[in-house]
Design a protein around this ligand. Structure first.
Ligand SMILES: [Zn+2]
Length: 309
Protein backbone atom coordinates (compact mmCIF):
# COMPACT_ATOMS: atom_id res chain seq x y z
CA UNK A 1 0.00 0.00 0.00
CA UNK A 2 1.11 3.55 -0.72
CA UNK A 3 0.35 6.22 1.89
CA UNK A 4 -0.84 9.68 0.80
CA UNK A 5 -0.26 12.21 3.54
CA UNK A 6 -1.57 15.76 3.47
CA UNK A 7 -3.49 18.26 5.63
CA UNK A 8 -5.98 21.07 4.95
CA UNK A 9 -3.70 23.48 6.88
CA UNK A 10 -1.26 23.23 3.97
CA UNK A 11 -3.90 24.93 1.78
CA UNK A 12 -4.19 27.92 4.16
CA UNK A 13 -0.57 29.06 3.92
CA UNK A 14 -0.22 31.73 1.23
CA UNK A 15 2.38 34.40 0.58
CA UNK A 16 0.52 37.20 -1.20
CA UNK A 17 -1.29 37.80 -4.49
CA UNK A 18 0.41 36.42 -7.59
CA UNK A 19 2.92 34.32 -5.66
CA UNK A 20 3.71 31.17 -7.70
CA UNK A 21 3.88 28.97 -4.58
CA UNK A 22 0.12 29.24 -4.07
CA UNK A 23 -2.54 27.08 -2.38
CA UNK A 24 -3.94 26.12 -5.81
CA UNK A 25 -0.81 23.98 -6.34
CA UNK A 26 -1.81 21.57 -3.63
CA UNK A 27 -5.43 21.81 -4.76
CA UNK A 28 -4.32 20.71 -8.25
CA UNK A 29 -2.35 17.76 -6.87
CA UNK A 30 -5.27 16.57 -4.74
CA UNK A 31 -7.75 17.11 -7.58
CA UNK A 32 -5.70 15.19 -10.15
CA UNK A 33 -5.33 12.30 -7.66
CA UNK A 34 -9.08 12.28 -7.11
CA UNK A 35 -9.90 12.54 -10.82
CA UNK A 36 -7.49 9.70 -11.59
CA UNK A 37 -9.34 7.48 -9.10
CA UNK A 38 -6.18 7.16 -7.04
CA UNK A 39 -7.33 8.38 -3.65
CA UNK A 40 -9.50 5.31 -2.95
CA UNK A 41 -6.50 3.11 -3.63
CA UNK A 42 -4.15 4.95 -1.27
CA UNK A 43 -3.84 4.94 2.50
CA UNK A 44 -4.88 8.59 3.07
CA UNK A 45 -3.58 10.10 6.30
CA UNK A 46 -3.68 13.55 7.89
CA UNK A 47 -0.28 15.00 8.72
CA UNK A 48 0.45 15.75 12.39
CA UNK A 49 2.17 18.92 13.60
CA UNK A 50 5.94 18.42 13.83
CA UNK A 51 7.25 19.33 17.28
CA UNK A 52 10.12 21.77 17.75
CA UNK A 53 12.40 18.93 18.86
CA UNK A 54 11.91 17.12 15.55
CA UNK A 55 12.78 20.28 13.61
CA UNK A 56 15.85 20.97 15.74
CA UNK A 57 17.58 17.78 14.59
CA UNK A 58 18.55 19.68 11.45
CA UNK A 59 17.65 23.32 12.14
CA UNK A 60 19.43 25.60 14.59
CA UNK A 61 17.30 25.80 17.75
CA UNK A 62 17.24 29.60 17.57
CA UNK A 63 15.86 29.46 13.99
CA UNK A 64 13.04 27.08 14.96
CA UNK A 65 12.15 29.30 17.93
CA UNK A 66 12.23 32.37 15.69
CA UNK A 67 9.76 30.79 13.22
CA UNK A 68 7.45 29.68 16.03
CA UNK A 69 7.45 33.31 17.24
CA UNK A 70 7.15 34.89 13.77
CA UNK A 71 3.63 33.88 12.71
CA UNK A 72 1.66 37.11 12.29
CA UNK A 73 -1.88 37.39 13.67
CA UNK A 74 -2.82 39.16 10.42
CA UNK A 75 -1.07 40.12 7.17
CA UNK A 76 2.34 38.75 6.29
CA UNK A 77 5.70 38.36 8.02
CA UNK A 78 8.46 38.37 5.42
CA UNK A 79 11.26 35.80 5.95
CA UNK A 80 13.29 36.31 2.76
CA UNK A 81 12.60 38.11 -0.55
CA UNK A 82 10.57 35.09 -1.81
CA UNK A 83 9.20 33.64 1.42
CA UNK A 84 6.60 34.91 3.86
CA UNK A 85 4.27 33.71 6.61
CA UNK A 86 0.57 34.42 6.95
CA UNK A 87 -1.39 33.50 10.12
CA UNK A 88 -1.68 29.86 8.94
CA UNK A 89 1.89 29.34 7.77
CA UNK A 90 3.35 28.09 11.02
CA UNK A 91 0.84 25.25 11.21
CA UNK A 92 1.23 24.51 7.49
CA UNK A 93 5.02 24.33 7.86
CA UNK A 94 4.70 22.10 10.92
CA UNK A 95 2.24 19.83 9.05
CA UNK A 96 4.53 19.69 6.01
CA UNK A 97 7.41 18.49 8.19
CA UNK A 98 5.05 16.33 10.25
CA UNK A 99 3.90 14.52 7.11
CA UNK A 100 7.44 13.30 6.54
CA UNK A 101 7.70 12.05 10.12
CA UNK A 102 4.40 10.21 9.78
CA UNK A 103 5.52 8.75 6.45
CA UNK A 104 8.71 7.35 8.02
CA UNK A 105 6.67 5.74 10.79
CA UNK A 106 4.03 4.37 8.40
CA UNK A 107 6.70 2.76 6.23
CA UNK A 108 8.91 1.44 9.04
CA UNK A 109 5.91 0.10 10.97
CA UNK A 110 4.60 -1.70 7.90
CA UNK A 111 1.37 0.25 7.39
CA UNK A 112 2.62 1.24 3.95
CA UNK A 113 5.47 0.19 1.67
CA UNK A 114 6.04 3.73 0.49
CA UNK A 115 4.49 7.17 0.96
CA UNK A 116 3.89 10.45 -0.83
CA UNK A 117 3.51 13.66 1.19
CA UNK A 118 1.37 16.20 -0.65
CA UNK A 119 2.44 19.24 1.33
CA UNK A 120 3.43 22.87 1.19
CA UNK A 121 5.43 24.94 2.01
CA UNK A 122 8.18 23.05 0.22
CA UNK A 123 11.46 22.48 2.02
CA UNK A 124 14.68 21.81 0.17
CA UNK A 125 16.00 25.42 0.08
CA UNK A 126 15.55 25.94 3.83
CA UNK A 127 18.98 25.87 5.48
CA UNK A 128 19.77 25.07 9.09
CA UNK A 129 19.43 28.76 9.98
CA UNK A 130 17.23 30.39 7.37
CA UNK A 131 14.05 30.28 5.32
CA UNK A 132 14.72 30.59 1.59
CA UNK A 133 13.09 30.17 -1.80
CA UNK A 134 9.49 29.48 -0.63
CA UNK A 135 10.76 27.03 2.04
CA UNK A 136 10.43 27.40 5.83
CA UNK A 137 11.42 24.04 7.34
CA UNK A 138 13.43 21.48 5.37
CA UNK A 139 10.80 18.74 5.35
CA UNK A 140 12.88 16.02 3.69
CA UNK A 141 15.85 16.69 5.98
CA UNK A 142 13.66 16.63 9.08
CA UNK A 143 12.25 13.25 7.97
CA UNK A 144 15.66 11.78 7.10
CA UNK A 145 17.18 12.86 10.43
CA UNK A 146 14.18 11.36 12.25
CA UNK A 147 14.68 8.03 10.45
CA UNK A 148 18.35 8.02 11.45
CA UNK A 149 18.16 9.37 15.00
CA UNK A 150 14.74 8.39 16.31
CA UNK A 151 14.14 5.23 14.26
CA UNK A 152 17.75 4.04 14.34
CA UNK A 153 18.35 3.47 10.64
CA UNK A 154 22.05 3.39 9.77
CA UNK A 155 21.96 4.87 6.25
CA UNK A 156 19.43 6.77 4.14
CA UNK A 157 19.55 8.30 0.67
CA UNK A 158 17.94 11.56 -0.43
CA UNK A 159 17.17 11.94 -4.12
CA UNK A 160 16.21 15.40 -5.40
CA UNK A 161 14.72 15.83 -8.89
CA UNK A 162 13.39 19.38 -8.49
CA UNK A 163 14.64 21.76 -11.22
CA UNK A 164 16.37 23.81 -8.50
CA UNK A 165 19.36 22.59 -6.49
CA UNK A 166 18.41 21.54 -2.96
CA UNK A 167 20.97 23.77 -1.30
CA UNK A 168 19.42 23.55 2.16
CA UNK A 169 19.46 19.76 2.25
CA UNK A 170 23.01 19.78 0.97
CA UNK A 171 24.15 22.26 3.62
CA UNK A 172 22.66 20.18 6.42
CA UNK A 173 23.95 16.77 5.37
CA UNK A 174 27.39 17.88 4.16
CA UNK A 175 28.33 18.12 7.83
CA UNK A 176 30.82 15.52 9.02
CA UNK A 177 28.38 14.05 11.55
CA UNK A 178 26.02 12.94 8.72
CA UNK A 179 28.42 12.16 5.88
CA UNK A 180 28.64 8.41 6.37
CA UNK A 181 24.92 8.02 6.95
CA UNK A 182 23.33 10.17 4.23
CA UNK A 183 23.92 10.04 0.48
CA UNK A 184 22.27 12.80 -1.55
CA UNK A 185 21.90 12.57 -5.32
CA UNK A 186 20.41 15.29 -7.46
CA UNK A 187 20.25 16.88 -10.86
CA UNK A 188 19.20 20.46 -11.41
CA UNK A 189 19.24 23.18 -14.03
CA UNK A 190 22.52 25.11 -13.98
CA UNK A 191 23.27 27.96 -13.92
CA UNK A 192 19.98 28.71 -12.18
CA UNK A 193 18.55 29.64 -8.78
CA UNK A 194 19.96 29.15 -6.12
CA UNK A 195 23.29 29.08 -8.05
CA UNK A 196 24.78 26.36 -5.86
CA UNK A 197 25.56 22.69 -6.21
CA UNK A 198 28.68 22.80 -8.35
CA UNK A 199 31.28 23.28 -5.63
CA UNK A 200 31.31 19.61 -4.49
CA UNK A 201 30.98 20.39 -0.79
CA UNK A 202 31.28 16.81 0.48
CA UNK A 203 31.86 13.29 -0.85
CA UNK A 204 28.29 12.24 0.01
CA UNK A 205 26.81 14.73 -2.49
CA UNK A 206 26.29 13.48 -6.04
CA UNK A 207 25.30 16.57 -8.03
CA UNK A 208 24.60 16.61 -11.75
CA UNK A 209 24.16 20.14 -13.12
CA UNK A 210 22.21 20.14 -16.41
CA UNK A 211 21.95 22.85 -19.05
CA UNK A 212 18.74 24.75 -19.65
CA UNK A 213 16.55 22.80 -22.08
CA UNK A 214 17.70 19.38 -20.84
CA UNK A 215 15.00 16.73 -21.15
CA UNK A 216 14.42 13.04 -20.57
CA UNK A 217 17.53 11.78 -22.40
CA UNK A 218 19.90 13.97 -20.38
CA UNK A 219 18.16 13.04 -17.15
CA UNK A 220 18.30 9.30 -17.91
CA UNK A 221 22.00 9.63 -18.62
CA UNK A 222 22.55 11.52 -15.36
CA UNK A 223 20.60 8.99 -13.33
CA UNK A 224 22.18 5.91 -14.93
CA UNK A 225 25.74 7.26 -14.93
CA UNK A 226 25.87 9.15 -11.64
CA UNK A 227 22.96 8.37 -9.32
CA UNK A 228 22.38 4.64 -9.60
CA UNK A 229 25.97 3.38 -9.18
CA UNK A 230 26.44 5.59 -6.09
CA UNK A 231 23.10 4.51 -4.61
CA UNK A 232 23.86 0.88 -5.37
CA UNK A 233 27.17 1.10 -3.48
CA UNK A 234 25.65 2.99 -0.57
CA UNK A 235 22.79 0.51 0.04
CA UNK A 236 20.38 2.93 1.72
CA UNK A 237 17.86 1.46 4.17
CA UNK A 238 15.28 4.04 3.12
CA UNK A 239 15.10 6.33 0.09
CA UNK A 240 13.71 9.86 0.45
CA UNK A 241 12.64 11.84 -2.58
CA UNK A 242 12.53 15.64 -2.85
CA UNK A 243 9.84 15.43 -5.51
CA UNK A 244 9.69 18.76 -7.29
CA UNK A 245 7.93 18.73 -10.65
CA UNK A 246 9.19 22.09 -11.92
CA UNK A 247 11.61 20.47 -14.40
CA UNK A 248 8.50 19.67 -16.50
CA UNK A 249 8.60 21.21 -19.97
CA UNK A 250 5.34 23.11 -19.35
CA UNK A 251 6.71 24.66 -16.15
CA UNK A 252 7.88 28.13 -17.03
CA UNK A 253 9.52 28.84 -13.69
CA UNK A 254 12.10 26.22 -14.66
CA UNK A 255 13.73 25.77 -18.06
CA UNK A 256 14.00 21.99 -18.42
CA UNK A 257 11.90 19.68 -20.58
CA UNK A 258 10.76 16.61 -18.65
CA UNK A 259 7.38 14.96 -19.25
CA UNK A 260 5.23 12.79 -16.99
CA UNK A 261 6.78 9.58 -18.35
CA UNK A 262 10.22 10.77 -17.22
CA UNK A 263 8.96 11.07 -13.65
CA UNK A 264 7.51 7.55 -13.90
CA UNK A 265 10.85 6.26 -15.18
CA UNK A 266 12.87 7.87 -12.36
CA UNK A 267 10.38 6.56 -9.81
CA UNK A 268 10.57 3.03 -11.24
CA UNK A 269 14.38 3.06 -11.15
CA UNK A 270 14.34 4.16 -7.51
CA UNK A 271 11.77 1.49 -6.67
CA UNK A 272 13.97 -1.20 -8.21
CA UNK A 273 16.85 0.05 -6.09
CA UNK A 274 14.66 0.22 -2.99
CA UNK A 275 13.49 -3.35 -3.63
CA UNK A 276 17.12 -4.52 -3.59
CA UNK A 277 18.37 -2.58 -0.57
CA UNK A 278 15.56 -0.88 1.33
CA UNK A 279 12.71 -3.41 1.49
CA UNK A 280 10.96 -1.12 -0.99
CA UNK A 281 10.87 1.74 1.51
CA UNK A 282 10.47 5.13 -0.18
CA UNK A 283 9.26 8.38 1.40
CA UNK A 284 8.59 11.09 -1.18
CA UNK A 285 7.77 14.72 -0.39
CA UNK A 286 6.40 17.35 -2.74
CA UNK A 287 8.78 20.23 -3.46
CA UNK A 288 8.26 22.61 -6.44
CA UNK A 289 6.02 22.55 -9.53
CA UNK A 290 4.25 25.71 -10.65
CA UNK A 291 2.26 24.87 -13.78
CA UNK A 292 -0.87 23.55 -12.10
CA UNK A 293 -1.82 21.05 -14.80
CA UNK A 294 1.72 19.74 -15.34
CA UNK A 295 2.20 19.52 -11.56
CA UNK A 296 -1.01 17.55 -11.09
CA UNK A 297 -0.30 15.16 -13.98
CA UNK A 298 3.33 14.61 -12.94
CA UNK A 299 2.43 13.96 -9.30
CA UNK A 300 -0.17 11.42 -10.48
CA UNK A 301 2.44 9.69 -12.69
CA UNK A 302 4.82 9.55 -9.70
CA UNK A 303 2.24 8.21 -7.22
CA UNK A 304 0.74 5.77 -9.73
CA UNK A 305 4.21 4.31 -10.19
CA UNK A 306 4.81 4.12 -6.42
CA UNK A 307 1.54 2.22 -6.15
CA UNK A 308 2.40 -0.26 -8.93
CA UNK A 309 4.54 -2.38 -6.71
ZN1 LIG B 1 12.04 24.03 -7.54
Amino acid sequence: MTAYITHPDCLRHEMGPGHPECPARLGAVNEHMRAGGLLEELLCLEAPLAEAGDLKRVHAPAYVDLIFDSAPSEGYARLDPDTAMNPYSLNAARRAAGAGLMAVDAVLDGRAVNAFCAVRPCGHHATSRSAMGFCIFNNVAVAAAYALEARALARVAIVDFDVHHGNGTEEMFSRPQWRDRVLMTSFFQHPFYPYSGTADPAPNMINVPLAEGSGGAAVKRAVETHWLPALEDFKPQMIFISAGFDAHREDLLGGMALIEEDYSWITRELMALAARHSQGRIVSLLEGGYNLSALGRSAVAHVKTLKER
